[in-house]
Design a protein. Structure first.
Length: 64
């Protein structure tokens, strides 16, 4: 899951934020995804987590 997360962070590389900060924020999104994941909804964890990670990063970037 880690390499998947870092690979998807590359699209935020031009935001001016440090990549280590984005990884930390992405990790928070991953933790939130794991806590709120419901397998009976029919969505794969990787798909659900990717959306949660991206959402967490976007919320962080909007708050700057």
């Amino acid at each position: 899951m880690t390499s998947y997360r870092v690979h998807n962070l590359k699209k935020f590389d031009n935001t001016g934020e440090d990549m280590e900060d984005l990884i930390s924020i992405g990790t928070i999104g991953l933790i939130k995804a794991i806590e709120s994941y419901r397998p009976n909804k029919g969505t794969k964890l990787a798909t659900f987590a990717a959306r949660c990670i991206e959402n967490e990063i976007l919320m962080h970037l909007r708050s700057l």
